[in-house]
Design a protein around this ligand. Structure first.
Ligand SMILES: C[S@@+](CC[C@H](N)C(=O)[O-])C[C@H]1O[C@@H](n2cnc3c(N)ncnc32)[C@H](O)[C@@H]1O
Length: 448
């Protein structure tokens, strides 16, 4: 029997970049749609409170759509909001944040959401991207995953998110490994040599770090690739290889080896410089990171804390950035590579009032005698585990700044802080990720 189809008006954008409409009062999430679209939908899965739909046809396009600037927009899974005017993307993201507040019963916070600080350059802003190898007609291709398909790669000739030169580097790597007749990873069979190519750029210095991710080592071929790449692109300052034999589709592995050039790149944010190693987290939009960090530094300047925590500190960026307004800063981070960078970053910037601890936040806060006046929290997308929240609450700090790239986990965690006596002063969204559904927020909370 042919499954039924429905004509659905998309009302809003929700997390994951899905459009949401309703069928007979039930919410239905439909990828590849935006508010204002009317689409023909088939239901793929029914959950208790909502359904998942598949777009079969665009019956009437949203008035907010415009021709996508990117030629790969229809196939590539990278940008969900390509083809929507940038000003409208900002409005969609603002309402996504308000929705998250509503869902976590923090309606009182909705008026405290400030207008989004938009990005001056919605294209070419990313400093890091991971491209995937695949195969087409037996030839090596290099690109990004096809929308909704874990096992298919769209060959990319012109990505508009990273600096233009990245497109030339991708084309070069694809041609090199085609000529070498190298095999590519089969995402179902879990065999094949080439897996990912990670490109990271220092925007300030226009220097690239390239990390080739393969399933097993081939020192001779990788060394030939690195030599040819650096000869062709003088801006490639650093080459690494990662040996990733795990079946899961992640490029991240600690089995990483320096191949040629520098073992790091240096990026600037404001007047500070930061050393970045290949395994360390770094904000992916360097220009907008300054706007984000200024928001945190503003609070630190106002409070002038004797002691501040920079929790989930990565390479120490926020702590170093706000250090001039603080007596002492303690940064906490679980990744040893990031902590090594953080320590060197303090020295690089002649910042002497900061120290770093390499461990999980919940462990560091288990037993201590510190009394911070300001705690800055910048956890990963999943937010904080309940134990970490409890231990932050135990610190009884009068001021908290919560930096988050996920409104859903942000409001879940804010609810806990509010329940335990903190007042939200404002939520400042900062758009670090134009053309995608992602949005960063800085929240200032205090308690009497
Ligand atoms: C969103 S990043 C923020 C990094 C930094 N604040 C910045 O702006 O570059 C989150 C960081 O938290 C670290 N992390 C994740 N879970 C952690 C935990 N339980 N304890 C300490 N650090 C953690 C990650 O390694 C990552 O560097």
């Amino acid at each position: 029997m042919t499954p039924p189809t429905y004509s659905v008006d998309i009302e809003k954008l929700v997390y994951h970049g899905w459009g949401m409409g309703t069928i007979d009062g039930i919410k239905v999430f439909v990828p590849q749609t935006v508010p204002g679209d009317r689409v023909l939908v088939r239901i793929k899965k029914k959950e208790k409170r909502f359904w998942h739909g598949v777009k079969l046809a665009l019956e009437s396009p949203s008035p907010f759509r415009e021709p996508a600037a990117c030629q790969h927009a229809d196939d590539c899974g990278g940008c969900q909001l390509q083809g929507v005017q940038y000003e409208t993307q900002i409005q969609f993201k603002a309402s996504m944040i308000a929705d998250a507040a509503f869902q976590h019963h923090l309606e009182s916070a909705i008026p405290l959401i400030r207008p989004v600080l938009a990005c001056d350059s919605p294209y070419f802003y990313r400093n890091k991207m991971e491209f995937a190898f695949g195969s087409e007609n037996g030839e090596v291709i290099l690109g990004l995953k096809r929308r909704g398909q874990f096992d298919q790669v769209v060959p990319i000739t012109q990505c508009l998110l990273q600096d233009q030169e990245s497109n030339a580097i991708i084309a070069f790597a694809q041609a090199f490994f085609r000529a070498a007749k190298a095999s590519t990873w089969d995402y179902r069979e879990h065999v094949g040599f080439l897996r990912h190519l990670m490109l990271r750029q220092s925007k300030r210095k226009a220097a690239w770090m390239v990390n080739l991710v393969v399933s097993e080592d081939n020192p001779e071929l990788i060394s030939q690739f690195s030599t040819a790449l650096m000869a062709q692109f003088p801006s490639v300052a650093s080459v690494f290889k990662s040996i990733q034999s795990a079946v899961g589709d992640t490029a991240f592995t600690t089995n990483i080896h320096h191949v040629a050039g520098d073992d790091h790149i240096i990026e600037s944010i404001g007047s500070y410089q930061f050393k970045i190693s290949p395994l360390s987290f770094f904000q992916t939009n360097s220009l907008q990171a300054r706007i984000l960090y200024d928001e945190v530094a503003k609070v630190a300047q106002k409070i002038a804390p004797k002691l501040a925590f920079d929790l989930y500190c990565g390479t120490g960026t926020i702590g170093i950035y706000m250090s001039e307004h603080c007596g002492t800063v303690i940064g906490v981070e679980e990744n040893p590579s990031a902590i090594a960078d953080a320590t060197q970053n303090a020295a690089l910037n002649s910042v002497t009032n900061i120290q770093f601890i390499c461990d999980r936040v919940k462990n560091v806060l288990k037993s201590h005698t510190w009394t911070p006046e300001l705690i800055v929290i910048d956890p990963p997308r999943s937010g904080m585990v309940p134990k970490a929240i409890r231990r932050i609450l135990d610190c009884n700090a009068p001021h908290i700044v919560y930096v988050s790239c996920n409104p859903v986990t942000l409001f879940r965690d804010l609810k806990e802080f509010e329940t335990h006596g903190y007042r939200i002063h404002y939520i400042q969204p900062v758009d670090m990720f134009p053309n995608t559904f992602h949005i960063e927020s800085v929240v200032y909370l205090s308690k009497p």
